[in-house]
Design a protein around this ligand. Structure first.
Ligand code: SIN
Ligand code: CO
Length: 404
């Protein structure tokens, strides 16, 4: 019987050296267990002697192709300004570039160049379908793409030349407010590097998704980014739903042969939700409140032929309270209304929107297209009711009119 190596509790090293037997500095199984999707790793000498699979001139040539995805990022170091230019480029575009502080990046180079595609054999321990592409960048001295995060795992292979990399190995979550609004490049407002390295040709930096990083060229250099494909959960859900819907025929519909007489106008009751759930067996475990929240919004938007036009000016709360008793409130005929009991109050659905509102108001608004303002007046002492009425008037879903 073989003795199994004892797993150490110590944090795995962030920097290792490749060996001829283990280009990752360790067996792939160990890398996947300790680093993959978990923590960054710098592998010194993963590609001994560096990588020169594509020459800068050839990369520039590729960036002039209509079908290639290319961009140039220019950096104004003094002003901390970044400019993005999208390809395809013309030869003369390159002639006009400054001597330093710019980077050319071309995606999917592995699809065009067999030598670049060959780099992927080093990553054969990752399923091929999980790998997206090899992006190649050529940077002049001081060039980079700014401090940023990527949403996918990436192996940054230093091809030729040297690049200074800084990373923040501690933080992995960034709220939308963490990004600068002065550039299309989704740059970070703040960046506090925990590690800095100068990468030599052939060194490879692995970063899991969400690790902030910044690479600045020291002289001219090329970088090969092996990027993973990580569909967002939203993409998975949309595509799966489309896939499930594909074989369904037009006559396969929501049905309610057991319909009981409606009470309270347009209440979406539990029986309706049971039918919705039956129509969507793949989502049988979705919470009732989530299903109701979605269905109310969906069904009041469904087949709406027109969008309500907003009135020229909104109505003030005081004006609303003053005018309401003498008015008839008309519902926009194109705005569908429905409601659902929600705890002690209600959720009112109007043309795809959901508004919290007292049950009494929801009942009145949903029951008919013409509502006596006097009946609503008493309810406006409740701030939520007042806000709901105001929002619906301002949105053009309701209108105050004189009684006929
Ligand atoms: C580069 O190659 O310049 C940028 C790669 C990256 O940061 O993802
Ligand atoms: Co990046």
């Amino acid at each position: 019987m073989k003795a199994r190596a004892k797993r150490s509790d110590a944090t795995p090293a962030i920097e290792v050296r490749a060996t001829p037997r283990h280009p990752l500095g360790m067996p792939p199984r160990e890398f996947l267990r300790d680093y993959w999707q978990k923590r960054p790793l710098l592998v010194r000498g993963m590609f001994p002697g560096g990588v020169e699979a594509v020459a800068p001139d050839d990369l520039a040539g590729l960036a002039c192709e209509e079908a290639a995805l290319s961009r140039i990022v220019l950096r104004n170091e003094k002003r901390d300004q970044w400019t993005l230019r999208n390809g395809p480029f013309r030869e003369r575009d390159f002639a006009r570039l400054p001597k330093t502080h710019w980077t050319l990046l071309v995606q999917d180079v592995d699809k065009w160049d067999m030598d670049v595609a060959a780099l992927l054999t080093r990553f054969a321990f990752i399923p091929g379908w999980r790998i997206d592409d090899v992006m190649v960048s050529y940077a002049t001295d001081g060039g980079g793409v700014g401090e940023h995060v990527d949403q996918y795992d990436v192996f940054l292979v230093q091809g030729a030349g040297y690049r200074h990399w800084s990373i923040d190995a501690q933080r992995r979550a960034f709220a939308p407010a963490a990004f600068r609004d002065d550039s299309e490049l989704k740059l970070l407002r703040e960046f506090s590097p925990t590690h800095e390295w100068l990468l030599d040709p052939g060194d490879t930096l692995y970063l899991p998704p969400g690790v902030a990083h910044d690479g600045i060229a020291l002289g001219e250099c090329t970088t090969y980014s092996i990027g993973m494909r990580a569909p967002s959960r939203a993409e998975l859900l949309f595509d799966f739903a489309e896939f499930l819907a594909e074989p369904l025929t037009e006559d396969d519909r929501y049905v309610d042969p057991d319909l009981a007489p409606a009470h309270d106008g347009g209440e979406i009751d539990d029986a309706a939700l049971v039918r919705v759930r039956k129509a969507l067996p793949h989502f049988a475990n979705v919470e009732k409140s989530v299903l109701a929240h979605w269905f109310g919004r969906f069904i009041t938007r469904y087949r709406s032929a027109q969008i309500a036009a907003m009135p020229g000016r909104g109505i003030g709360a005081a004006e609303l309270q003053r005018r309401l008793p003498k008015c008839v409130v008309l519902r926009n005929p194109f705005s569908r209304f429905a409601w659902r009991r929600d705890g002690r109050g209600a959720e009112l659905f109007v043309a795809g929107e959901a508004l919290r509102c007292p049950t009494a108001l929801a009942r009145l608004l949903v029951a008919g297209r013409e509502i006596d303002g006097g009946a609503l007046t008493g309810l406006t002492a409740n701030a939520q009711a007042l806000a709901t009425l105001k929002a619906l008037l301002d949105g053009g879903h309701l209108q105050l009119t004189r009684p006929r």
